[in-house]
Ligand binder design. Structure first.
Ligand SMILES: NC(=O)c1ccc[n+]([C@@H]2O[C@H](COP(=O)([O-])OP(=O)(O)OC[C@H]3O[C@@H](n4cnc5c(N)ncnc54)[C@H](O)[C@@H]3O)[C@@H](O)[C@H]2O)c1
Length: 314
């Protein structure tokens, strides 16, 4: 007799991290069947799921704010993992409203169907909810750090996390949250920092840095991230928050210099532009809890090799 199939609703699965997650889960667990709901905004691309949509992965074009649609799909599912979001800081500065709708109202809509059908829920969040650290600080944010978002994007993600926490406490939903650092890897939209630089350099344009380029990010390869998400979903403690990072801290200018070296271009082939308003200086997350509780460790930590592979891919 076969094992009971697990029906997993993945929202935002046609985006960068969601599509990498779907591929990972389908390879990892033959008992999982996926229903992917994605609005296909400019950031979503059905091609990211090429070769995946089929008997074990159904695709439904839809909006997580659509309560009737989400109710009808959730009624048949066991778990829901939410990647759907407006995710680009520059867009949030230009027009915040879609961030409020998808990131806050959308999460609320999902929490209500999770409550109704008693689904296991996981919310994907970001290190940006904690605000930033001084550039020379050696501190890291941990699960107990206060939320101090600085941009419309991070404020909308922080709001969504607060809703999840309240639904856990008030309604006892079986939920977890993870906050992760900057991801990079295959299928990322070219609006994001690393693919944008690779695309510019391949077109013969210099790399482009906001401000003085000294802002520091903690770079996590997407394959390490999706493996962590799978572990949290199946072995994480209900009600907990897990921070995911790979202790790979580099300034933006250092990333650009690595790319220039990988692409055999002059080390000064970059230019500076005006700084992003409210630009966070430095993010760093303490990953001890996920290591200790779930025995998760980052594996793809060779940044130079990972960048070289991406240069080949884009
Ligand atoms: N990429 C990173 O570095 C990073 C870092 C930390 C956290 N995160 C979080 O991870 C999640 C996924 O990020 P990503 O980089 O894959 O983003 P992405 O922009 O590549 O993908 C988001 C997906 O959500 C879909 N979507 C947007 N609004 C929707 C709606 N209303 N209904 C249904 N689908 C909708 C889009 O079409 C797209 O496919 C987000 O919650 C983001 O905040 C990302």
């Amino acid at each position: 007799m076969g094992l009971k199939k697990i029906k997993m609703l993945v929202t935002g699965g046609a985006g960068f991290i969601g599509s990498n997650f779907i591929r990972y889960v389908l390879n990892q667990n033959p008992n999982v069947i996926i229903m992917c709901v994605d609005k296909l905004t400019y950031a979503g691309n059905k091609q990211n799921l090429a070769g995946v949509i089929g008997p074990r992965c159904q695709f439904i074009k839809g909006d997580i704010c659509d309560q009737v649609l989400m109710d009808s799909i959730a009624a048949e599912c066991d778990m829901l993992i939410n990647f759907a979001a407006e995710s680009h800081n520059d867009n949030a500065l230009a027009a915040p409203k879609p961030f409020i709708e998808t990131n806050i109202v959308g999460t609320y809509t999902l929490l209500e169907v999770v409550r109704k059908y008693n689904l296991r829920y996981h919310q994907i969040s970001t290190d940006e909810v904690y605000g930033d650290l001084p550039l020379d600080s050696l501190a890291k944010f941990d699960e107990h750090s206060p939320y101090r978002p600085s941009s419309p994007y991070s404020a909308s993600k922080a709001s969504a996390d607060m809703l999840v926490r309240a639904w856990i406490r008030s309604f006892g939903i079986k939920a977890t949250i993870s906050n992760c650092t900057n991801n990079y890897g295959p299928l990322q939209h070219t609006e994001k920092f690393i693919p944008q630089q690779i695309t510019r350099l391949k077109q013969g344009q210099p790399a482009y840095l906001y401000g003085d380029g000294t802002n520091v990010r903690d770079w996590l390869h997407v394959t390490d991230h999706v493996r962590a998400l799978y572990m949290i979903l199946f072995a994480g403690r209900i009600g907990e928050t897990y921070l995911i990072s790979s202790d790979c801290l580099y300034s933006n200018v250092a990333i650009v210099k690595q790319l220039l070296a990988v692409m055999h271009l002059p080390s000064d082939f970059y230019c500076y532009g005006p700084d992003r308003p409210g630009h966070d200086l430095k993010y760093a997350l303490d990953n001890h809890k996920i290591k200790r509780e779930l025995n998760w460790y980052p594996r793809k930590t060779d940044l130079t090799a990972n960048l070289a592979a991406l240069v080949e891919l884009y």
